[in-house]
Design a protein around this ligand. Structure first.
Ligand code: ZN
Ligand code: ZN
Length: 292
């Protein structure tokens, strides 16, 4: 049996909008039967205007210090718990600062012996798409409408995939977070999503089937069923992400990611190991290893 998540493991110790210590998060992952657990703390932001709301008191210097603390702690925990769980250490990207994000992300990646990188886009032109419905609505208005915003977002994710080539492509359709139940992308946007899937395929990316949306009442897991079905037709591998931000959310909702993958027709799910890289497990063998 294998049970895994490669997007999450944020902790209140190193992330202002998360809870719990990183050690508590790791212990929760062990208790909840994970065999492999990826830690992917948010990268620092390098401009004051890119701080997440609430981080102003930390400032960019504070974020850089916190991230360094995360790296030290994460690698120490990986060794300390090696007999109980395989921890993989990575980080979650931003496309920020807009003009030199690629350089910033590459520098960060090369500064430490990370096992993997989670490629995320949470902004368009430095404005958050996932913070509040009001902000996202205003952003859409400024960009010429919801469809224009969605097109801009998917183009940006495609660009991120092509340039950075992350191991895991996170919450693929995050831009629909605040759309109502039953929402579907337009044919024009679907074409842009197709381009993104082709880029992921070309660069050997793995899609994060991320349960945060479902857990928080924002529709089905990311990405929507139509996208996941198309990804399966293209034989693009998928993995799981619980997007945990503290003990309370470790593994919570991941059964919905598993269901979504099955519904899309996948028979195998990919998981990352330290010594053999990506492996594929039959879906029947993908479930919590032991639950305490
Ligand atoms: Zn977060
Ligand atoms: Zn994210």
């Amino acid at each position: 049996m294998v049970w895994f998540s490669y997007h999450g493991g944020h902790s209140g110790e190193f992330c202002d909008h998360a809870a719990s210590s990183l050690q508590e998060v790791v212990e929760a992952a062990i208790d909840r039967g994970f065999t492999h657990y990826g830690l992917s703390e948010h990268c620092p932001r390098y401009r004051e205007q890119d701080l997440y709301p609430g981080e102003e008191r930390l400032g960019t210097e504070g974020l850089i210090r916190a991230f360094d603390g995360y790296v030290t702690r994460a690698f120490a925990l990986r060794d300390a718990y090696a007999g109980q769980i395989e921890l993989l250490i990575g980080f979650e990207t931003e496309k920020l600062p807009p003009e030199r994000w690629l350089e910033a992300m590459r520098l960060l990646k090369s500064a430490h012996a990370f096992d993997y990188v989670v490629g995320s886009v949470h902004d368009i032109d430095g404005r958050w798409i996932d913070y509040s419905p009001q902000d996202t609505r205003r952003l859409a208005e400024d960009l010429g409408g919801t469809e224009a915003m969605q097109l801009a977002y998917f183009r940006s994710v495609t660009d991120m995939v092509e340039q950075l080539r992350p191991d895991v492509v996170a919450h693929l359709d995050l831009v629909r977070k605040f759309e109502p139940a039953g929402f579907a992308f337009s044919a024009r946007v679907a074409k842009e999503i197709e381009r993104l899937l082709e880029a992921i395929k070309a660069h050997d990316g793995v899609i994060d089937v991320n349960c945060a949306a479902a857990r928080n009442g924002y529709g089905p897991v990311y990405p929507l069923p139509q996208i996941l079905s198309r990804a399966r037709e293209m034989d693009i591998p998928v993995t799981f992400g619980d997007d945990s931000h503290g003990v309370k959310t470790v593994g919570v909702g991941l059964d919905l990611s598993r269901q979504a993958v099955c519904a899309a027709g996948y028979t195998q799910v990919s998981y990352l190991t330290r010594d053999k890289g990506w492996q594929r497990a039959d879906i029947a063998d993908v479930q919590p290893g032991r639950v305490g």
